[in-house]
Design a protein around this ligand. Sequence first.
Ligand SMILES: C[S@@+](CC[C@H](N)C(=O)[O-])C[C@H]1O[C@@H](n2cnc3c(N)ncnc32)[C@H](O)[C@@H]1O
Length: 325
Amino acid sequence: MGNSASKRLMTEKKLRKKKSRARSLSNRSNKSNKSNNNNTQSLNSISSFESNSDCGSITSSNIYIPKESDISRSIAHNIAMNKLFGCAYSSPIEEFLTMTGKILDVGCGSGTWLIEMAHMYPKPEYFGIDLNPCTTIPYPSNTKIIKGNLLNLPYDENQFDFVRMSDFVTEFTDNEWEQSIAEMIRVTKPGGWIEFCEADLVSPENAPTFSKFLKSFTECLILRGVNCTITTKLEYLLYSTKQVEDIQCTVKPVIFGNKGGFIGTTTFDNFTSWFNDDVCIEMVADHMGITQDEYKKLWAIVENETIIDSVSTKFYRFWAQKKYE
Ligand SMILES: C[S@@+](CC[C@H](N)C(=O)[O-])C[C@H]1O[C@@H](n2cnc3c(N)ncnc32)[C@H](O)[C@@H]1O
């Protein structure tokens, strides 16, 4: 999940206060327009991002580029998710992986998932698209990552055997979810698979202080149009397209902190960096009606809750096959 949500919060703030210190994505329409332009601009081979000196900065187009620490968190998160689900994917795609398939990760971020897959299964071709692709890790030669908008994928229809997306629960409005699913299905071959992996941010049972944070955070996002309750509704969204079948889901709980082992500590580390991002602190503290100091003290209580209480979330994977017409 990284700090995408706080980026969106910052965007709101930037629009409101017009402060240049904001490091988030610019407003949504600008984002789309710029990305549409980027769609025509072809990709840089992955290796061109290896020494991306923009990492951790704001580009001239005012788009936030992840810092190296974001990337290492993304790597750890990816490893944790693979361990949690027992595999990097849940769809039955072995035949595409052992032969020459075409695999696409939309909103691939640092490309961690693609890199791991390309090393494990070198035969397919791997593609990634992100508004801000950035990594310091060398990409395998069978992997191409481009800058572009997944809401308007620059690929012809029926191109890919497997299309996946992960960690967008804090990113999209309802319309954007519908559009992204439609685009993913469009570029998937009939008989190919699409897959999602998302956290549930609205689990009802949790330790009290962490619940307070989650509630305020999700309220901030909802006020800005983001549907952060989407995770449990993805199955219905897929079903409503009438273009996919064999929709399946698996749900895995994660206990935060040491009690949850590597997956628990990695996930809590992610949430901690996310909730302690400057912009997130400012926005959520404001929403909670407390000072930033009080906010930080409250987060220290959450850390304690992971030891004495139970702090958790659930991760969902959904996958479905594109119908043969
Ligand atoms: C939270 S990160 C998830 C990255 C990756 N999927 C993962 O699981 O590590 C969300 C990513 O989506 C990208 N993103 C957001 N909106 C996008 C859009 N409309 N088109 C392409 N990428 C987008 C962001 O730049 C960011 O890298």
